[in-house]
Ligand binder design. Sequence first.
Ligand SMILES: Cc1ncc(COP(=O)(O)O)c(C=O)c1O
Length: 426
Amino acid sequence: MEAVNDPYLRHLFDGDPVFNVYNKDAINMSVGAPGPDLLKQCAEMISNATLHRMEEEKKEGNFYLFQYGITPGLWECREELAQFLSRRYGDPVKRENLILTCGATHGLQLLLTSVMSPNGIIFVEEVTYMIALDAFKQYPLMKIITVPMKDDTVDLDAFEKIVIENKKGDFYLNDEKIFWAMFYTVPTYHNPTGMVLSPDNCKRLIDIARNNSVMVVAEDVYNLLHYENKFPPHRLFFYDDPNDPNYKGGNVISNGSFSKILSPAIRFGWIESSPRIVHILKTSGTLCSGGATNHYVSGIITSLLQEKVEDEYLDMLIKTYKERLNALCETLDRYLPSCCFYRRPKGGYFVWIHLPKGIDGMDFIKWCQKEYKVSAIPGARFSYTGEAKNFLRLSISFHPKETLIKATITLCKGLLDYIRNHTDSK
Ligand SMILES: Cc1ncc(COP(=O)(O)O)c(C=O)c1O
């Protein structure tokens, strides 16, 4: 029998020369994950929170943290999380609307297997979080349809038209599988464009979703990394107001995560949704069999939240990322060839560079890695149809400011060199 290839690898990006962000041969601005200088603080934070939580367990004496947990997740964790989110969003979040998950990827999987028609439609933006696209392909009965974008956010005129064109299908629906379609979107500090859906467009998107029974899954994983005002823009869920005369029981889901505000390895996140969806999720076979999905970790997170350690850490992240984003954008403003352009984000991890039409980001990046020892992700990777070729995504999350400045200057020089030598020949 053929043996499984199982090389010694240390992290998700290991073994891949393009994505290996730890590789010292080339500076890699591809990866949307924190670097070692930020993660090192997790060791002490988690160890203190663990000690704190174990003492609480001993005091109570029933060691429920080691038992199957209630299906929506540890009650006191949801309570602390609701308070944390309310103070960080500046908008109310209710404990009873939260279901704890093992991160946004897991939240998405729960939604796909519970409330979505198994032969439904998934609408995605022309460019979107690339690995979600890979996850969607694992549901071959669901059809994926791309929606155009305008100025780096969804084009809602096009979206409405496409939804109406596609809604007359023979979809499998019942009391649990209540949605024939999902619109998967990153409305706040989009991955990869970095942009935010305006309040008017949030309202319009919700109207379209309500009128056509579409579920909107908002990936709210970057919202709390905001660099301008005291509070981030309202999350999309805020606009799906139960007091609206045309409220339809809740069409928006906020799918959140601690991967970008604490550590990706912790695998902790939450779904915030309306009572009808919470009910379906918490009575689902998956949650009833396994109980709370991440019960032990939820206990440790509760301590981090109670002791305000997560707040301090998040404040530090915001300060650090703001400096990095400013440094990167100032470098782009100075060195980016004038035939390219970008829109400056106000939060999150990513800067989306528009290249001239004839330039293929994939070819450029392969060349740039070899010649200039700098890397980023080419646009086509974010597109279901493989379009969006003339774009690059840069991430500010992993490298310190000085490295980002150096890499950005080099990338811009590489771009100028490449464009000069490749535009005329095409
Ligand atoms: C939009 C978006 N959703 C989900 C994820 C993955 O989140 P998690 O680690 O919580 O599964 C990412 C990570 O890059 C992301 O950018």
